[in-house]
Write a protein that binds this ligand. Sequence first.
Ligand code: BTN
Length: 333
Amino acid sequence: MKSSCWDELLELFLRENRNGKSPFVSGEAISSSLGISRTALWKRVNALRARGFVVEGERGRGYRLTASPDISAEELMCTVEGPLGKKVLFFQTVESTNDKAMGLASEGASHGTVVMAESQKRGRGRLGRKWASPGGANLYMSVILRPELPPRDAGLITLMGAVACASALRERIGLAVKIKWPNDLVFSGRKLGGILTEMRSEPDRILYAVVGIGINLNMKPSLFPGEIKETATSVLGETGRRMRRTPVAAAVLDAFSREIDGLRREGREPLMERWREMSSVLGRKVKASVGEKTIRGTAVDIDEEGCLLLRDAAGKLRRISSGDVALLRQGGG
Ligand code: BTN
């Protein structure tokens, strides 16, 4: 059984609701399992209802949970299996979940704390770009990590985040999502999500890192702002299906927990191998923009710190540690 879910009643209902069924559980059984009176149970049922959970009560049969909100911190905390997401703070709107998480991390928030929001007023992407963050559709969350890694390995955090998101979307939704170095989640050449890693470190250790994850789930493609209309996509746009956001968030967090654990136990090679399998750039001709510079070449691998290795036209191996990569048409430039 999972530990430390803050709402034992919700945890009990979610445990009962396996295999798509939602059976009634008698009030007596719930009261005795939670060690609370029937009046206290009734109050807790109403508290769940007030937060958007649909709990049916029937005389002689008990209670059952028949529907949950599309996104909720309560369900997420009860569902995750690994250490990430055991504590979740949910906001209707924030400037940016990364800003909020960086602030909380500086005040001592623990490893695995997650900040999630319905919408962001100033969602941020890499390289100072905006991240379209309207409410009611997508996933915006930031995970606080306290990794035992030196700053030179920060690239591995982004690799783990990207691998976790891509594998969770593959398993949960069945979409063959790929990773465009360093952190774009792409499908059919369009961007489905991205990761923004920020951190504070001392010369020899990372104090904390915040991994901001944005995934376009239920956004209608027609609603993407003009500047990204041609390049962005969503799960709804690709599959025609709407996804409940909490299970997707839980799948991403659990996949991320597994990557962190895997890195500690097995080292970096298995992580790099998973990244290679899902890469959209390896073996392709690309153009890397690094500040003012442009480097063209074939993407041949990543190195142990997560940098991209390009073989340029002169046969020289070039190591790209930051910047943006665009695929070139074969033979073109
Ligand atoms: C990128 O591809 O440029 C990274 C996008 C990251 C977006 C997410 S949404 C949650 C978190 N909060 C932010 O302001 N940004 C990240």
